[in-house]
Write a new protein. Structure first.
Length: 389
């Protein structure tokens, strides 16, 4: 389903009448989360370039930019094409480049989209230059920097860094700057460690930019970003922009890292009780991994949330009630091992909300958001999500 504009509900749907499983989005929490990071970056004089890979929705993008399109990050070219159709023109495609994506990206540039791409090798630079010449445009690229060994990119002192910059110039590709992502921050859980990760991310990116400038290359943009480091960075000297995505919704992994509270988590999956097994301490619901995803990102954290933390229909957390097991269309609710709390009395037909481990993965299982507000069971809008690559 390709996303479309905001759709108002045709009927007075409520949480009680909504068919389940269904993805809910609390717009008050969304707006609060957006404002929190936007204000933080504005105070530090750093451009916020929201990553739309989590939301994949023009309606959410418009909440981030109520006055009109602004700079965004995308993780697929389908996202880039989708947001371009809705007027967004300043984008960074923050995934390493392949021949077919280079050609597709250059077609977007030809159509007037300032799409900057990401690479870390001379081979990719030459490939990108050829793709640009084929359609008659000048490409713009970031060099990816590895700040913590989490993914791709070059270290700040790697001799290949200058070689890539030279290859970009030889291929008639403009160097946008350097880009890094502190992915290892997701495995941390203390404020001190997160502050240190943010400073390392900043320091490595700035060092790479300075090395390029010392070698005679322009490096206008120094782009960093992860949701944890965005919220814990104390010094952003030398950084020009911040990227983050899951901050819009938050999730249980971010809660385990220490970036948010459970009542900051803006999305949940509405499910219906379809059976009980009191002898096993189980409650069965109609939301399995097809609705929740198979992501078990909290399993390595101090508190394992199973496949999700369970709330009542109003969004209040049931103490220590988690989705302990999930099959394709069944979820099994149980009290967390070692807890003294009792299983709640939830009869067949009762509704619950399940907070996700990983907002990106859970949202990707659904085609639209059922938009709700705190204190109300009314669904006052349905916002489609785009999908695909």
């Amino acid at each position: 389903m390709s996303g479309t504009d905001h759709q108002n509900c045709e009927t007075a749907a409520t949480l009680g009448t909504l068919a389940t499983p269904a993805l809910l989005l609390d717009e008050h929490r969304l707006d609060r989360n957006l404002a929190r990071l936007s204000s933080r970056m504005a105070e530090r004089g750093v451009v916020l370039r929201p990553h739309m890979k989590t939301a994949k929705s023009i309606d959410v993008a418009r909440r981030a930019y109520p006055s009109g399109p602004g700079p965004i990050t995308v993780s697929t070219l389908a996202e880039a094409e989708y947001f371009a159709r809705h007027g967004f023109r300043d984008m960074t495609y923050a995934v390493g480049l392949a021949p077919h994506t280079a050609e597709r990206a250059m077609r977007l540039r030809k159509a007037g989209v300032d799409l900057k791409v990401l690479l870390d090798s001379p081979e990719q630079a030459r490939m990108l230059g050829a793709a640009g010449r084929a359609v008659g445009v000048t490409p713009t690229a970031f060099i990816e920097i590895d700040c913590d060994g989490h993914r791709g990119g070059l270290t700040a002192n790697d001799p290949k860094l200058i070689a890539v910059a030279v290859a970009l110039g030889d291929a008639d590709v403009q160097l946008a700057g350097v880009l890094t992502h502190a992915g290892e921050s997701y495995s941390l859980f203390t404020p001190e460690a997160l502050v240190a990760a943010a400073e390392n991310e900043r320091g490595v990116a700035v060092a790479a930019a300075e090395a390029l400038r010392a070698a005679g290359h322009q490096c206008p943009i120094v782009s960093v970003g992860s949701t944890p480091t965005a919220h814990f960075a104390e010094d952003l000297t030398g950084v020009t922009e911040m990227r983050a995505g899951v901050y819009m919704f938050f999730d249980l992994v971010m809660h385990g890292v220490g970036v948010c509270r459970t009542d900051d988590i803006a999305i949940s999956v509405l499910a219906t009780v379809i059976g009980t097994k009191p002898e096993k301490g189980w409650i069965l619901v109609d939301a399995g991994w097809m609705a929740l995803s198979r992501d078990r990102g909290t399993a390595a954290q101090r508190v394992d949330q199973g496949y999700g933390l369970v709330c009542d229909v109003a969004g209040k957390v049931y103490p220590d009630l988690i989705v302990s097991q999930a099959s394709q269309e069944h979820g099994i609710l149980a009290i967390r091992p070692g807890s003294a709390h009792a299983l709640p009395n939830l009869p067949i037909g009762a509704k619950v909300r399940i907070l996700p481990n990983h907002a990106c993965a859970t949202a990707s299982q659904h085609e639209l958001y059922n938009v709700v507000s705190a204190g109300s069971d009314a669904i006052h809008a349905r916002w489609p999500r785009m999908r695909g690559w």
